[in-house]
Write a protein that binds this ligand. Structure first.
Ligand code: SAH
Length: 217
C-alpha cells in the first residue's frame, strides 16, 4: 500500500517543501529541519505519492486526511514558541506525519487515535523512520491521556465544537494547547495555562475533519 522508499530523492523533496513553508512564513528552524528530514510520501497512499511534497492535505482512507504541511508546521511552531516542550500529547494520529514531526521536537510524544487501522499504519511509518519516542493509544481523544500527563504541550488535529475540559485539565502550568475549534467556521486557537487561568489567542481560520466523540473504530 505505502511506498517504502526513504532517502535520496525524498530528502531533496523534503528540503524543497521546507523552503516553500519558510517562504510562507514558518520561522522556527527546528520545525523546518524536521519537515526537511521527513519522507512525507511514506505517510500517504502510494497512488498519491507523486503529490506527497505538495503543500496540500490528502485523503488517507477511512474518510480522514493527512494535514496540509503548512498547518503541520504552523501548529508545531506555535507549540515551540516558549521553547522546547518536554513532552507532547497529540489527539488524532491519522497518518502519523504530524506525529513524526513532533517526535523530532521533544523527548516524548503520546498520541491518541480512534481508528485502529490508521494507528497501525502510523506505527509502521514511525518504525521505518527509526523514531522510537512515541507511545500510541487507541482511544477517544476527548478524554486525553490522563495517566501520562500533565503535558507541556497538547496538539489536536481534528476539530471539536468546544475545547474538551479533559485537555485543559491535563495541561501543565505554563503549558500550551493548540486546537482548531468550530464546525462550519473553524478557528485555530492557542491556549496557554497560567495557574487556573487559560489565556486564549486566535491564530487563523482553518479546515479540519471533526473530532468525533465516543465510539471507537
Ligand atoms: N495529523 C494527522 C491528521 C489526521 S486527521 C495527519 O497529519 O495525518 C484527524 C484524525 O483525528 C483522524 O485520523 C481521526 O480518526 C482522528 N479523530 C477524530 N476524532 C477523534 C477522537 N475523538 N479521538 C481520537 N482521534 C480522533
Amino acid at each position: 500500500m505505502m511506498s517504502s522508499r526513504v532517502g535520496g530523492k525524498s530528502k531533496r523533496s523534503g528540503e524543497l517543501l521546507a523552503q516553500k513553508l519558510h517562504a510562507e512564513g514558518i520561522q522556527n528552524v527546528e520545525v523546518l529541519q524536521a519537515i526537511a528530514n521527513t519522507p512525507r510520501h511514506i505517510f500517504v497512499p502510494e497512488i498519491l505519492a507523486h503529490k506527497a511534497y505538495d503543500n496540500t492535505a490528502l485523503p488517507i482512507g477511512q474518510g480522514q486526511t493527512i494535514s496540509q504541511p503548512y498547518i503541520v508546521a504552523k501548529m508545531s511552531e506555535l507549540l515551540l514558541a516558549n521553547g522546547r516542550p518536554a513532552n507532547i500529547l497529540e489527539i488524532g494520529t491519522g497518518s502519523g506525519y504530524q506525529t513524526s514531526i513532533l517526535s523530532q521536537l521533544t523527548d516524548k510524544v503520546f498520541s491518541v487515535e480512534r481508528i485502529q487501522a490508521l494507528q497501525w499504519q502510523a506505527k509502521r511509518c514511525l518504525r521505518a523512520m527509526d523514531l522510537h519516542n512515541v507511545s500510541m493509544k487507541h482511544g477517544d481523544g476527548w478524554q486525553g491521556w490522563a495517566s501520562k500527563g500533565p503535558f507541556a504541550a497538547i496538539i489536536v488535529t481534528a476539530a471539536p465544537n468546544a475545547v474538551p475540559q479533559a485537555l485543559l485539565d491535563q495541561l501543565e502550568d505554563g503549558g500550551r494547547l493548540v486546537i482548531p475549534v468550530g464546525e462550519q467556521n473553524q478557528v485555530l486557537k492557542i491556549i496557554t495555562r497560567d495557574g487556573d487561568e487559560f489565556i486564549e489567542e486566535k491564530i487563523e481560520a482553518v479546515r479540519f475533519v471533526p473530532l468525533v466523540p465516543g465510539e471507537l473504530l
